[in-house]
Design a protein around this ligand. Sequence first.
Ligand code: GCU
Length: 607
Amino acid sequence: MNAWLRQLTWRIPEDLSSPADVARYELNRALPGVSISLNQDDNLGDGYSVQRVSSGWQISGGKNGLLYGAYALILKALSGEAVPDDFASAPYYPLRMINCWDNMDGTIERGYSGRSLFFENGCFDYDPARMRELARLLASCGLNVLCINNVNVHEPAQRLLEDLLPEAAALAAIFRPFGIRLMFSVDFSRPLKHGVPTADPFDPAVRAWWRDTAARVYSAIPDLAGFLVKADSEGRPGPFSYGRNHADGANMLAEAVKPFGGWIVWRCFVYNCRQDWRDTKTDRPKAAWEHYAFLDGQFSDNVILQVKYGPFDFQVREPLSPLLLGMNHTNLAMELQLAQEYTGHQIDLFTMIPMWRELFSDLPANRIMSLAAVSNLGRDDNYTGHPLAAVNLYTYGLLAWDPSVDAEKAVTEWARLTYGFAAADEKKLTGLLLSSRRIYEKYTAPLGLCWMVNPHDHYGPNPSGYEYDLWGTYHKADRNAVGIDRTSAGTGYLDQYPPEFRQKYEDPETCPDLYLLFFHRLPYSFRMKDGRTMIQRIYDDHFEGYAETQSLAETLSALPFPEPDRAVILRRAEMQLHDAKEWCDIVNTFFHRLSGVEDAHGRTIYP
Ligand code: GCU
């Protein structure tokens, strides 16, 4: 089942060798009998223009642009809408990346859609026809870089650069005609395994090892997008071991791939993951800025710093990372997470584009030069585990192509292509998808607090689960108050922001409600803008979130989903309802026990 492309029922033959070949083939099958001419114009790059001509259609585009133009025409035709006579488009970001966290043992870190797409038992293991189907799926929504292995590089994935390279090259060849370039996550310490006594980026032998490695890798895969690096983060090796900073480390690798046009995508998820909860000086959200801001301007021009959208870790609601607002002289990518690690494991419904739109409304134009997202894909038949989670992949593609894309329009387009419901049902489905993030937020951690999930697997409620842990993620709820003061009077995190952001968040009286407890420590009696006390708002949100989940489940069961989607959707809706009740009751009881404050409406809060 090919998600939103389920109308493309034909298999793609293996002998198509260029984007133009794929474009021609797909057009012939999707629009039989319609004459289409392709006109390659390399000035258009990934962009295209499509015109109706007397004999049919003409598509102009760069090498890959022809394919994007073809899919745009096919999708418009299949959506049942009138196809305009003339349309054109070009992507905003040159690199539109998907980061798969697939391990070579066949598991996926934070994967909720089955086994790895590419690996099993330490080996490559895939059906090439299925890979072409996946490539079609990614290209049809404009994505063009696929990192195939986990950023935590576990054995034997290091060998992708070594004896597994020919097999990696064979996979790259499958994706190439779809305009998709592979990328590999690499292990910074790898030279140590090859007789080099150090991985110090300043050591000439280390530099030579990486240069030789890059030359070998690029001779097998000349269009490899580059290397993705998680260094000095959660136990991964990195330049800190040698007293070097991250510009030293990244630039050394950049020098190695530069002759081949490669990128080093260097992740900024660096923080102290062995914090003592008694330590009140360290505040984890400050970490990325402290490690990188002073290095602005020192990175090579083929390095991209990949920064998670918020300063913590893919929580339901975080303010935009201050690093994305600083660093004016460095290439930056924003990292999103399609995998629903903290957002319901692809059991609970959570459509992300409303959240992305909020992030982009805070991000000045031209701040970032590319976009990356952790994949939500796996070997499940429907690719995303929950059939409705595919909306996040599709709309991510649209966002990376055009960051000003309208959320409602994008979700409607996905729903129309995927299910083709009658207007009233389509409206119900898109309404429900668009409200799903807010519903999830209501029944989970309140008002920007974050981190009330079960430690490690990150599903289900556990309000104190992270309180006495090593990860630097504390809310410190006591009988009077909850939250961390991150203003200048507190940890000073807010000082990392430009003035307009400081102004927006620093006064609890004016700070937007949904960020209140991210930035402030406040008593339960604090008056919200609408006059309710904060504790009452917490109770209300949780009861509302659960009630809205009940109606969400009812709406889903009334919609005419085809099988096998229907069975999966209804089963997961049942699980979501069960979990929303757990969340609602546990979080309300947690705060009630601490505060002793009764619900103003006398609803059941368990003792
Ligand atoms: C989170 C996630 C890890 C992952 C890490 C990362 O902490 O839980 O599994 O490795 O992010 O982004 O590197």
